[in-house]
Design a protein around this ligand. Structure first.
Ligand SMILES: Nc1ncnc2c1ncn2[C@@H]1O[C@H](COP(=O)(O)OP(=O)(O)OP(=O)(O)O)[C@@H](O)[C@H]1O
Ligand SMILES: [Mg+2]
Length: 466
């Protein structure tokens, strides 16, 4: 006979304790109870090793959070599900931060209890077990390393709690993809998701873009226009590159976060909206706070929960699955047979440091697919080694007959120089602009003009040829 899983149930209300114990015993779990945090800790110190702990948040004496902290010191990896009340949002978020696997809001149905326990003890049985999931049309989220799986799990939890989330990580680590994941896993999934890139729009335009305007609000405002916040009502908005938002606009945004209301430019009427805010940035936060690029009060509001994406070089075990994933996506997208991923190519990829992270990897696969030359692809990853280096447009033309490029050589060379500078600076646009001796705004314009980033020049070459 299969051995019963052990559950330690911790709650100060005797009625609740009895009720949940009965439910669990119906499913043949071996249940131990404790009516205070202290008692639970004693059990664990005494050698009890439960498979799962159900832990009430609000208890006299040491509360659920403190208990959780102590549990982590005794049994670092034991799974814990928090039992909370609707009003405990902040505490639930803290518990997730402390590594709670999930939470249940009282009162709950038996089915909810079952689902949460099953997800916790036997995640393989549940809907999400794979390493690749499709978020929306042609947007995928791959999570294969322990670090990314943890981020996936935390996203699923925090998606249900209606608080802002701050997404941090180097350029190309997948902040936008992660924002889409949070939206998709949230109760707002069937509503609008909008992204606003705060760096790509000049300050005053950004304000009208976010909040809308009335006729006459400024020269040229002939008609009323709703802003992104209105369009996104009941949905999720991603404020990308939040560190680039002008400080006075940050103050207005803070009001929206506090009161969920604002007025259009040129109007005094307050508009109420229900928008979940996600914010992303790759700036150095302490530095940005110190030099007042980022308002501290706004930062603390946005930072209700932070998801920190590790750079690709710190999750290299994902490279094989990502290569395979990008190869199959690209080959499907461009209607070409996938190319083999040989051990030599794999080795070169594992040795590379990927300063542009997943974006660089995905562009690499695209280039490989265009040129269909493994040796060249490998040498490209190892520029110093055998004189390879990034392909310039002329090389690409020689190799692939890219006459159909439909773009002048100047444009090509410029786009190539920009993408090189971006790769070199790890997509730090300020540094790249300095390197290229052009203004920051000019660089942002050119990035968009040449479709670097989301759709690289390589992708266009590939579409042109496919
Ligand atoms: N977890 C992931 N699974 C699959 N693809 C991913 C993942 N993360 C990123 N990508 C891919 O890598 C590219 C860059 O991702 P994304 O735009 O989300 O990065 P970012 O962190 O927002 O970068 P930036 O700071 O430059 O805006 C995209 O093409 C995206 O599809
Ligand atoms: Mg982004």
């Amino acid at each position: 006979m299969k051995q019963a899983k052990k559950i330690l149930l911790v709650d100060d209300e005797p009625g609740m304790l009895r009720y949940i114990k009965t439910l669990l015993e119906l499913d043949e779990y071996a249940v131990e109870t404790a009516s205070t945090g202290e008692e639970a800790i004693e059990h664990l110190k005494g050698g009890m090793e439960p498979d799962l702990i159900l832990l009430d948040l609000l208890m006299p004496g040491i509360d659920g959070l403190q208990t959780l902290e102590q549990i982590r010191q005794i049994q670092a990896s034991v799974k814990v599900i928090m039992l909370s009340c609707v009003t405990d949002t902040r505490k639930v978020v803290q518990a997730i931060r402390l590594g709670a696997s999930d939470y249940l809001t009282k009162p709950f149905q038996k089915a909810e209890l079952d689902a949460v326990i099953e997800q916790c003890l036997e995640p393989k049985k549940m809907a999400y077990a794979g390493e690749v999931e499709e978020l929306c049309d042609d947007v995928f989220f791959v999570a294969a390393s322990p670090a990314m799986k943890k981020i996936r799990a935390q996203s699923a939890l925090v998606a249900n709690v209606d608080i802002p989330v701050l997404l941090l990580g180097e350029s190309g680590t997948g902040k936008e993809v992660l924002a889409r994941l949070v939206h998709k896993l949230s109760p707002r999934a069937h509503r609008t998701f909008l992204k606003v890139n705060c760096a790509a729009v000049p300050g005053d335009l950004l304000e009208s873009e976010l909040f809308g305007y009335e006729p006459g609000a400024f020269t040229g405002a002939t008609h009323a226009k709703p802003g992104k916040f209105e369009l996104c009502n009941r949905g999720t908005i991603l404020l990308d590159e939040i560190g680039e938002m002008p400080p006075q606009l940050q103050a207005k945004l803070l009001h929206v976060l506090q009161d969920q209301q604002f007025s259009r430019l040129g109007s005094r009427t307050m508009i109420k909206v229900d928008v979940r805010i996600l914010a992303a940035t790759n700036i150095n936060i302490p530095e940005a706070l110190a030099n007042k690029m980022l308002r501290e009060d706004l930062y603390y509001r946005l930072n209700a929960f932070t998801l920190n994406l590790p750079p690709l070089r710190e999750r290299k075990e994902e490279i094989p699955i990502l290569l395979k994933h990008f190869m199959s996506r690209m080959s499907e997208r461009y209607g070409r047979p996938p190319l083999p991923l040989s051990p030599t190519l794999m080795e070169a990829c594992l040795a590379h440091s990927w300063p542009g992270n997943l974006r660089e990897l995905s562009n690499f696969v695209k280039r490989y697919l265009i040129l269909a030359d493994e040796k060249l692809a490998v040498s490209e990853l190892n520029p110093k080694g055998d004189g390879g280096g990034h392909l310039n447009v002329h090389e690409a033309e020689d190799l692939g007959g890219l006459k159909s490029l439909g773009r002048t050589a100047k444009d090509g060379a410029e786009a190539e120089a920009i993408s090189k500078a971006l790769d070199q600076t790890n997509w730090n646009r300020k540094q790249a602009a300095a390197l290229l001796k052009i203004s920051y705004k000019a660089l942002l314009y050119k990035i968009r003009q040449y479709g670097l980033g989301e759709t690289s020049s390589t992708e266009r070459k590939l579409s042109a040829r496919a």
